[in-house]
Design a protein around this ligand. Structure first.
Ligand code: SAH
Length: 362
């Protein structure tokens, strides 16, 4: 069940669809054009509070305050890369948790990488986001807000969103689907579904269900190994789902949506980066419609994984290409400002032993 209450038990109006907002306003005795205005204040004008909604009467704003919460993230830290202009944000949630988001500039537009959960319970060995497990799921409004706040701060339109920050989107399925519908809604930020990507560690029932949603979103699969044996050493989820089943589900997603897939492969020295593994990977995905994105692993201090050397990365790429696979090497954006997925949040948590309220968590 979707939990649309915030941590104080109030209804989270920013997580509601326009139809739901309209029904809520009708229950308060308001006309439907008021619902449209409210929706516009939340999702287009990116208002930070009900009091900013100047086209709504003061009594109506008062009624809204009494009945609903308007989720708004607080900037706890902002870091700007001197190398490539990438910005990393730490946002504070109403219950004291912090989450991490990243803004990147590409020639085709601005992209934001958002978190879908506070922490993660998937346990991938090289990933900082999962070290303390899952704290809680993010609500749709908390995913939207990462984009809204960044767009307000930078003053620049966000054209691409990748759900590739902390968390496993398929482990917070209903909230993520609702988020995708809201962020691509024509009366909201209206980001094209083709410009949205969600990355999963490979939860088979989730991928199959996602294929049925009628969304034209790009699916990225965290593959990281060419066989189950190596994959199990990196990703505990590989004990639950066999690679063959994961890839079949991905192919089903392609057939249903027509969207080409992305296979993410983080290269770890001596673990998954030799040429036999490149050959096995090429064979594994040769019939899939998609490309491989090689990610030089970003070492975290809690683990002793080491990045593959430049030559090993290049050789791995060349071998895939020789076997007819499209490959890109992910540019390391914002290297100077907090490293990989979840590392900025982690260093913040270590530095501040701030108590966190857990009340009302879903
Ligand atoms: N749970 C989702 C999203 C996670 S993060 C998933 O598993 O896909 C997005 C990508 O970054 C995933 O491919 C993840 O495996 C990878 N990743 C996480 N930490 C990393 C690190 N330290 N170095 C390289 N890649 C990393």
């Amino acid at each position: 069940m979707l939990d649309l209450l915030d941590c104080n038990g109030k209804k989270d109006i920013k997580s509601m669809t326009l139809e739901e907002v309209t029904a809520q306003m009708a229950a308060l005795g308001e006309k439907s054009f008021r619902a449209k205005q409210l929706y516009d204040w939340m999702h287009v004008k990116l208002a930070e509070g009900f009091d900013d909604m100047s086209s709504l009467s003061i009594p109506l704003r008062q009624k809204l305050k009494e009945n609903y919460s308007l989720t708004c993230l607080k900037v706890v830290d902002e870091r700007v890369s001197q190398v490539d202009g990438t910005r990393k944000y730490l946002f504070g949630l109403e219950d004291g948790h912090v989450i991490e988001s990243v803004w990147m500039q590409y020639h085709h537009g601005n992209s934001v990488c958002i978190s879908s959960q506070v922490g993660c319970r998937m346990g991938c060995r090289f990933c900082a986001s999962t070290l303390d497990g899952l704290e809680r799921n993010l609500r749709p409004s908390e995913m939207l807000e990462q984009i809204y706040r960044i767009q307000s701060i930078t003053g620049e339109r966000v054209s691409n969103v990748v759900v590739m920050g902390s968390g496993e989107p398929m482990d917070n399925y209903d909230n993520v689907i609702r988020f995708l519908r809201l962020v691509s809604h024509e009366k909201g930020l209206n980001i094209s579904q083709r410009s949205l990507t969600i990355s999963t560690c490979g939860i088979v029932p989730g991928i199959r269900k996602f294929a049925e949603e009628g969304l034209a979103v790009t699916l990225a699969l965290s593959l990281h190994a060419p066989n189950d044996e190596v994959r199990k050493t990196l990703m505990p989820v590989a004990n639950s789902y066999k690679l063959q089943d994961v890839l079949e589900a991905c192919h089903y997603y392609y057939e249903k949506t027509g969207r080409r897939l992305t296979f993410e492969y983080s290269l770890v020295r001596g673990v998954n980066d030799n040429l036999d593994e490149a050959r096995a990977l090429a064979k594994l995905i040769k019939d899939q419609h998609g490309h491989v994105n090689l990610i030089p692993v970003n070492p975290i201090k809690e683990r002793d994984y080491v990045q593959s050397g430049q030559k090993a990365i290049q050789d791995f790429k060349n071998l895939l290409e020789k076997n007819g696979i499209n490959v890109t090497i992910r540019r390391e954006m914002g290297r100077d400002i907090g490293g990989a997925c979840g590392q900025l949040r982690r260093s913040y948590k270590e530095a501040s032993a701030a108590p966190q309220c857990t009340e009302g968590e879903g």
